[in-house]
Design a protein around this ligand. Structure first.
Ligand SMILES: Nc1ncnc2c1ncn2[C@@H]1O[C@H](COP(=O)(O)OP(=O)(O)O)[C@@H](O)[C@H]1O
Ligand SMILES: O=P(O)(O)OC[C@H]1O[C@](O)(COP(=O)(O)O)[C@@H](O)[C@@H]1O
Ligand SMILES: [Mg+2]
Length: 525
């Protein structure tokens, strides 16, 4: 079924629809930009509007059929239906032991009828009615841009649960790169598990590696152990990339007797967790796998934001402010800041917006030229001539087509990127030297500083709610789900729906346009 999501300046085309984009100038994903670039400027400029045309033209949907909307919504509801342990096991629920008002597990008759989320509660995924497919960031299904409601499942504690808390062994694992707030989530998961009455809570050290590497013992967790871990950054459990086969991990889960596994990680981790969930289901194991999305890159689909992103932006804008001060104080000063963002430019875009001092923001989703009359270098020269200084912020995944490719990957299979920051620094110096009017380039690469820090207040709250809801989701019997915030409401989503692609900045979105308005930068092509 056709679908376009566009939330807070991000676009996704479900890769299942990729066949729709096989010809011409359609560029749904950043990896397709190079192909797009080859078809020339005019075609390239049509890239994002073409996404809309491609989806509108989806052959299976017959918009003359008065039932098309109902069909679409039914299929959407099926896709977003939450996988449950009941799907493969014959299970009876029991009344919950979770109580809002008491810190200890409650006997059944003390559980108040109110304060629980009904399984039929839903949150609206999209809240804008677009009048036209040409509206900024439009996500339309039919040519008239009809209003089609899409609902997702509301997160929270249920009245009925599918585990006996005092018999449960729960495991927590943190995978991928660091992210502010990991400890906050671990802490809230432990607190909430204890309130349900769980006694056996363990951390698996160093990501998926902890399941198979000898000598890495489980870390016993309790309220006392995690009480203050939110005061520092990093992960109490450690993180890693790479890992064992899914089958070996599930063998290990079986051998350890884990009933509920909480998996904190990004896109790669979610793919791994979904594979673990599917393998458990195949083996008819009563194991609930619940993810909490973690990434400073904010590249997880459908969500308003992931935890750690806000904090990373706050730290990143400090680097931009420093670059500004250096550039402003130097004669012909240029401040250059490289920020993380492997394939999505959210950190660079938001840090540029929040600092307000960026003159040029370069992100992976928007191609640019360095040389020539429309290139970045000439624009920098113009800025030096008119303002005396300039600040440039670049995401690590930007401009990779300007660099030599190594084809190397990290342990998780992520492409090792060329260093666009160093390249820009060299090219800017070279250019200004050749013009006979050298610039003073101050290069700041705050890479790990923006993520190896404690979560800020906003992220700490997000982590708290996500951590608690992860536990509620597991006790409700769901497995293969992740928790997120959509349009300010907390929801559960099937992992399969959030791993279809990374989330990208949509160059046609209002947010990117706002960034351009703020920087005042031209189109560098
Ligand atoms: N497609 C996949 N299937 C199974 N496991 C995966 C997959 N992609 C990544 N992983 C595993 O998930 C973990 C984290 O992945 P990584 O890409 O490094 O970080 P992130 O989860 O933050 O994207 C690694 O241990 C990696 O081996
Ligand atoms: O050096 P590391 O630890 O591999 O991490 C670098 C990567 O971490 C990130 O910030 C976040 O990546 P993950 O979401 O996969 O953890 C990327 O933007 C960056 O490329
Ligand atoms: Mg990743």
């Amino acid at each position: 079924m056709a679908s376009i999501y566009n939330i807070n300046g991000a676009t996704l085309i479900n890769p299942r629809q990729r066949s729709l984009h096989s010809s011409g100038d359609v560029c749904p994903l950043s990896s397709d930009y190079s192909r797009c670039r080859k078809v020339g400027r005019q075609a390239r400029n049509r890239c994002f509007p073409s996404i809309i045309r491609a989806v509108v033209a989806k052959p299976e949907l017959d918009f003359s059929d008065p039932n098309w909307k109902r069909q679409f919504q039914e299929e959407f509801a099926n896709r977003f239906n939450l996988p449950h342990l009941r799907d493969h096991l014959d299970l009876k629920p029991r009344p919950t032991t979770f109580s809002h008002k008491n810190r200890s597990p409650q006997p059944v008759d003390c559980v108040s009828a109110n304060g629980y989320v009904n399984d039929d509660d839903r949150a609206l995924l999209k809240v804008i009615k677009f009048a036209s497919p040409n509206s900024a960031g439009a996500e339309c299904i039919d040519p008239d841009c009809s209003w089609v409601e899409t609902w997702v499942h509301r997160a929270g504690p249920r009245k009925q649960i599918y585990f006996e808390p005092d018999q449960v062994k729960a495991g927590i694992i943190t995978c991928g790169g660091l992210c502010p707030g990991l400890n906050d989530v671990i802490r809230q998961i432990v607190f909430t598990l204890e309130i349900y009455g769980v006694k056996k809570i363990f951390g698996i050290p160093y990501g998926f590696r902890g399941f198979f590497e000898e000598g890495l013992a489980e870390v016993p967790l309790s309220r006392a152990v995690v009480q203050n871990i939110n005061l520092q950054g990093g992960s109490l459990l450690g993180v890693s990339r790479g890992g064992a086969s899914v089958s070996d991990i599930v063998d290990s889960i079986q051998a350890r007797g884990i009933d509920i596994l909480f998996v904190l990680g990004g896109n790669g981790t979610h793919a791994g967790a979904n594979a673990i969930h599917n393998e458990c289901r195949k083996r008819k194991m009563k194991v609930s796998v619940v993810c909490v999305p973690k990434t400073i890159d904010n590249d997880i689909l459908l969500m308003d934001k992931t935890f750690g992103f806000d904090t990373a932006v706050e730290e990143a804008q400090r680097a931009i402010n420093s670059a500004y001060i250096e550039a402003r104080s130097a004669y012909h000063g240029i401040g250059l800041v490289k920020l993380m963002g492997r394939s999505s430019g959210f950190i660079a875009m938001h840090a540029s917006l929040s600092s307000g001092q960026t003159d040029v923001c370069l992100i992976p989703e928007v191609p640019f030229k360095l040389e020539g009359p429309y290139g970045v270098l000439q624009h920098l020269e113009h800025l030096i001539q008119t303002k005396g200084s300039a600040v440039l912020c670049v995401a690590e995944g930007a401009g990779q087509d300007l660099l030599e490719k190594s084809n190397a990957t990290d342990a998780s299979g992520n492409v090792v990127l060329g260093d666009i920051g160093v390249h820009l620094q060299q090219q800017i110096k070279k250019y200004f030297k050749s013009t006979g009017f050298p610039a003073d380039v101050k290069y700041i690469d705050p890479t790990y500083m923006i993520r190896a820090c404690r979560a800020n207040a906003s992220d700490a709250i997000l982590c708290t709610v996500l951590g608690q809801n992860a536990v509620h989701g597991a006790f409700a019997g769901f497995s293969g789900i992740t928790v997120g915030i959509c349009n300010t409401h907390y929801v559960y989503l099937p992992i399969s729906e959030v791993i279809t692609s990374p989330r990208y900045v949509d160059p046609n979105s209002r947010m990117w346009h706002r960034c351009l308005t703020s920087t005042g930068q031209p189109d560098f092509m």
